[in-house]
Ligand binder design. Structure first.
Ligand code: ZN
Length: 309
């Protein structure tokens, strides 16, 4: 079976305004690169069920979000999260990409999937948008896996350079998930210290200083792998941000594009025997267009190469 890329034109119609780093060209640059790869299947997002949205965020928040999209121009949901008329489809289809990916894997249409969508999700908390994010797409994936497919031990590995405060928040009291993050610290959005362990010791946060290079990162990443082996996840979700790249303008880690192949390969090697290779990856950050496309391509190459067992 092949690796699938889940994407939608709506991702390019979520307009954030001139000079905003979370721009439509991000998905365009990744897709242009991945199109050269003939090993991939391409699929579209499905509708995200309301009950799954309401398991992930508060009903009030989702209702307010649905009313927030302007008829023209831009609307600022907070200081840096902007929506446009095209954002409604983009936001809900980004969440729906997780649904499509999970169903596609369960139905054996493909072995694993990478969702090239925007806006990203990992800063969106139960009750608020934040940091370019409206819905925790990883939270949606976790809740859908639990509700529809009865998975019980879902690991979410978030290697975006920023702490995924939203993912942490929506998975905080979820006994069926383990949220793991490596991130620059202290840094935006605040939080994500070792003390943040979730309600049931169901989170591992590994804060790392600005300037962290590849060797230092992989030394720290061994703790992620150890935790995954101890946890024995039955499903793996990646919150795949590529802004830990050395060329990224928004953060100060020093990773190379190829390091994202290595992060992915090592994680799959540690978890495949528990998950049978079931993995859904969701695009989060990454703001240097060339570094983003290159890094995402390396990530996908590791998804392509992995065996199902
Ligand atoms: Zn980020």
């Amino acid at each position: 079976m092949k690796t699938a890329i889940i994407t939608s034109e709506s991702s390019e119609k979520h307009i954030t305004g001139d000079g905003h780093p979370e721009q439509p060209k991000r998905v365009v640059s990744i897709i242009d690169t991945l199109k050269k790869n003939k090993e991939l299947l391409w699929d579209k997002p499905d509708v995200v069920p309301n009950d799954i949205l309401n398991m992930t965020h508060s009903e009030d928040y989702i209702n307010n979000l649905k009313d927030s999209f302007p008829k023209s121009g831009l609307n600022f949901l907070d200081g840096d999260t902007v929506v446009s008329p095209g954002s409604k489809d983009a936001v809900f289809q980004a969440a729906g990409s997780a649904i499509s990916a999970i169903d596609g894997i369960e139905n054996k249409k493909y072995k694993n999937a990478f969702c090239v969508v925007r806006p990203p999700g990992h800063h969106a908390e139960k009750n608020k948008s934040m940091g370019f994010c409206c819905i925790s797409n990883a939270g949606v994936a976790v809740n859908y896996l639990i509700k529809k497919y009865n998975y019980k031990r879902i690991a979410c590995v978030d290697f975006d350079v920023h702490w995924g405060n939203g993912n942490y928040d929506v998975m905080y009291d979820n006994k069926n998930s383990l949220y793991i993050s490596t991130h620059q610290y202290p840094f935006y959005p605040g939080g994500g210290s070792e003390k943040d362990k979730g309600k049931y010791n169901n989170s591992l946060n590994i804060p790392l200083p600005a300037g962290t290079n590849s060797e230092e990162y992989f030394n720290a990443y061994d703790r992620v792998l150890d935790k995954l082996i101890e946890y024995k996840p039955d499903y793996l979700i990646f919150s795949a941000g590529f802004d830990a790249h050395k060329n990224d303008p928004l953060a100060q880690f020093e990773l190379s594009s190829k390091d994202f192949y290595e992060i992915t390969r090592r994680t799959l090697k540690a978890t495949n025997k528990f998950t049978n290779g079931k993995v859904v990856s969701l695009l989060e950050g990454g703001y240097d267009l060339k570094a983003l496309a290159e890094s995402a391509n390396y990530h996908v190459n590791a998804l392509i190469e992995t065996e199902n067992k």
